[in-house]
Design a binder for this molecule. Structure first.
Ligand SMILES: [Zn+2]
Length: 403
């Protein structure tokens, strides 16, 4: 790849620690990395640099969305259409979704469960410059139990089979392991609030993964299952539809991350489910969890649980006049977070959760030049993420609407 030296000038760089922004800033990008950030009067622009005039905009690090399935298929018409999708067709569909993700300002994603390890091949292709997309951290295929949420032909039961399944995913290239410890919206059977995996099974997965340096996250709507997993040392909990204040306080004490994916259960997402032909039972299940899910998010904010943004929809999926990623961040503010904290949940917090805060999540010298420009200050109003005018990942521009 051939890179040029780039100077982004004139923008305000948002301070994600809550301090004053750097106004009239100069950001020097050399290759994939940022090499200098500062005020124009103290940060020289090398004469050979090509200038991007971003006057009047606000710069933030590229967004991070930690609950994405690039090959997502939900019950309904699309599922029937894709029933015999080949590996090659899946790879091309996922590559298209990766490109669209990047153009929506999301420069890093974590995939908690995609099919046939196509995601791992795609992640490597993006790293090599063979495909355009965000940085991808993958959990490979979800490790699932017979009859459980997401169960397919590779189910595993009991500690020994589950340990083997964990090792299978790590060997395929997964750095996270995803398990489903309760029922879910997309499971036609099984109580969402019920614990489906046994404590022995949950503990065996976490132990096996941690020995390989992989982190573990769980699909969970269940307070009971979540308590078992948190006590066994799980790293993150997804969805948390029916979580109680007691369990959320435990997560806070143990430093367990919470990935709310609140968009999937809220009324503004109903037009999406109708558009994709979701069956009536699915719509009923969405409606049945919405209010409790939102309450759980409010309590998580009140308890100060570490929250990282995830959508469980495509990051770019249209939702209420914006994307699922931006709408998710707006819900955090509606649930009681400050605008700045919601912005952190979409940038610095997930970077930390992924153990990547040394390379992403901030516009600083030495970090990847992953950044987004918006037309108003998003730390004062998160909805300004609706108006992105520039997206850069690793020093390359994927969206430029600056005039
Ligand atoms: Zn999911």
């Amino acid at each position: 790849m051939i890179f040029e030296l780039i100077a982004i000038v004139g923008a305000s760089v948002v301070n994600l620690d809550g301090g004053a922004p750097i106004e009239n800033a100069v950001i020097i990008v050399d290759g994939e990395k940022v090499t200098a950030v500062g005020r124009a009067d103290t940060t020289p622009v090398p004469p050979e640099a090509s200038r991007i005039d971003a006057t009047g905009t606000w710069l933030i690090p590229g967004l991070v969305n930690v609950h994405v399935h690039l090959g997502l298929v939900l019950p309904g018409l699309l599922e029937a259409e894709l029933a015999n999708e080949s590996d090659a067709a899946l790879a091309l569909r996922m590559a298209k979704n990766a490109r669209d993700t990047l153009r929506a300002g999301v420069t890093t994603i974590r995939l908690p469960g995609d099919s046939r390890h196509v995601d791992i091949a795609l992640a490597r292709a993006i790293e090599r410059g063979q495909a355009d997309g965000p940085r991808i951290v993958s959990a490979g295929e979800m490790v699932d139990i017979t009859g459980g949420h997401g169960a397919d032909e590779t189910t595993a039961d009991g500690p020994y089979e589950l340990v083997k399944a964990v090792r299978r995913e790590v060997a395929a290239g997964a750095s996270w392991i995803k398990i489903a410890i309760s029922g879910g919206i997309a499971t036609p059977v099984g109580d969402i609030a019920e614990a489906l995996m046994t404590p022995e099974e949950i503990a065996a997965v976490i132990d096996a993964a941690h020995r390989f340096g992989a982190k573990v996250t769980a699909h969970s709507g269940s307070p009971r299952a979540t308590r078992v997993a948190v006590e066994a040392g799980i790293d993150a909990i997804e969805h948390g539809y029916f979580l109680t204040r007691e369990v959320l306080a435990l997560m806070k004490d143990e430093g367990t991350w919470f990935v709310p994916t609140i968009v999937v259960s809220q009324p503004k997402t109903m037009p999406f489910f109708e558009r994709i032909g979701s069956p009536a039972w699915y719509l009923d299940r969405v409606r049945s969890v919405g209010p409790r899910h939102f309450r759980a998010l409010q309590m998580a904010v009140e308890e100060g649980v570490d929250i990282a943004l995830g959508t469980d929809q495509f990051p770019f999926e249209p939702n209420d006049g914006t994307t699922a990623t931006v709408r998710e961040a707006e819900y955090y503010v509606e649930a009681g977070m400050s605008d700045l904290d919601a912005l952190r949940a979409a940038t610095t917090a997930p970077a930390k959760m992924l153990g990547m805060d040394n390379v992403i999540g901030a516009i600083e010298p030495g970090k990847f030049a992953d950044l987004v420009a918006v037309t108003r200050d998003p730390s004062a109003d998160i909805s300004s993420l609706r108006d992105m005018v520039l997206v850069m990942k690793g020093g390359r521009i994927y969206l430029n609407e600056l005039h």
